[in-house]
Ligand binder design. Structure first.
Ligand code: SF4
Length: 349
């Protein structure tokens, strides 16, 4: 079965994936971490820029967190960037700058889970280790008509496939993922174009729609917040988020969580006074932003505010910055558009 899969894979090498054909374990680690929750087409230009700035594990280990986050801005899931930098430091300090080969060692690096470890071990080092992402999971569970598709079922199925072409484990893993993304799609798999259709149990038994089994997820709750763009003369107040939390290390504006429905302006006036030590007049609404996180949906109303008196007492690191400085700091993607369009238009710098 793996032979047919590889034959198909070899005819459709994708040139939109910057790291396809890459053998440098560091470049592969960066790529796999970037692609964890992001489509490869989206991640590809980020990978090019990242590798241009941090071409090896030493430069990344030496980098300031702000610069790493800046290059990651827009990719989301920023813990990945912070973990990657920490992993680089560990590789330098504990492995002399060489990415470890064994899955058991790779798994000890920050942010490296079973999928990433398997991908690096198989693609970079040619080891027969499974790398099962969502696409590969779908293909494997349909091929074997796996009712539960538990991690151990999938591991077993992937290892059996890898064992049939032991000389190309990285390609087998990538081919499975490619097949899932291009042919064995969630809703309408193109079984007529599938190189494995003659071996697919779910196709034979008519169970494709039930494989893999769906996990029922409740709609995530909505979190309502308000933020203030506080201006003091020509400068705007920005604060750095704590490194270990959501969007850690990125910059944003003073904000408050609102029990819905609460008018934002009075709540912002109060939090600016009590939480930040600033007397401000909160003015008109600039925009309402929405962003979906993995476990909640954010609805953020952003208001203008003008500083009247006081100095910032909030313990978070803060800066009063001018227009030209917004480009130097990393903001969450949902704020970046607001910054570029309303606060510091790029053509105004
Ligand atoms: S035959 Fe259809 S369901 Fe089975 S692996 Fe191929 S595309 Fe997926």
């Amino acid at each position: 079965m793996a032979v047919a899969l590889l034959k198909w894979f070899d005819t459709r090498q994708r040139d939109d994936i910057a790291w396809r054909g890459e053998r440098d374990p560091y470049a592969i680690l960066v790529a796999e971490v970037m692609a964890q929750q992001t489509r490869v087409e989206t991640a590809a230009p980020y990978h090019r820029r990242f590798m241009g700035r941090f071409p090896d594990v030493w430069t990344l280990a030496d980098a300031e967190e702000d610069e790493v986050l800046g290059l990651w801005e827009g990719l989301g899931y920023y813990a990945r960037a912070r973990n990657l930098r920490r992993a680089a430091r560990r590789v330098v300090s504990e492995y002399g700058g060489r990415i470890p080969r064994a899955v058991s060692e790779l798994r000890t690096l920050p942010g490296v889970g079973p999928y990433t470890a398997g991908a690096v071990a198989s693609v970079a080092f040619g080891l027969p280790e499974p790398a099962v992402d969502g696409n590969a999971r779908r293909v494997l569970s349909r091929l074997g008509d796996l009712e539960t598709a538990s991690p151990s079922d999938l591991d077993r199925a992937a290892r059996a496939l890898l064992a049939t072409v032991p000389e190309r484990p990285g390609d087998v893993n990538q081919a499975l993922m490619d097949l899932g993304s291009a042919v064995c799609t969630p809703r309408r798999p193109r079984c007529g174009a599938c190189p494995l259709s003659s071996r697919c149990l779910a196709l034979r038994r008519g169970t494709i729609g039930e494989r893999p089994p769906r996990s029922r997820r409740a709609r995530s709750p909505e979190r309502v917040e308000a933020a203030a763009v506080v201006r003091r003369g020509r400068r705007v107040l920005v604060l750095r988020r704590p490194s270990d939390g959501l969007l850690g290390g990125l910059w944003d504006f003073p904000s408050v969580r609102l029990p819905s429905p609460t008018p934002p302006a009075p709540a912002l006036t109060r939090v600016l006074r009590e939480g930040f030590g600033l007397d401000c007049s909160v003015g008109e609404e600039i925009r309402v932003l929405r962003h979906a996180f993995s476990h909640f949906r954010l609805r953020l109303t952003v208001h203008q505010a003008r500083w009247r008196s006081g100095e910032v007492t909030n313990p978070r690191p803060h800066r009063w910055i001018g227009r030209g400085e917004f480009g130097d700091l990393a903001f969450p993607a949902y704020l970046r558009r607001l910054v570029d369009e309303e606060i510091s238009p790029r053509n105004a710098r």
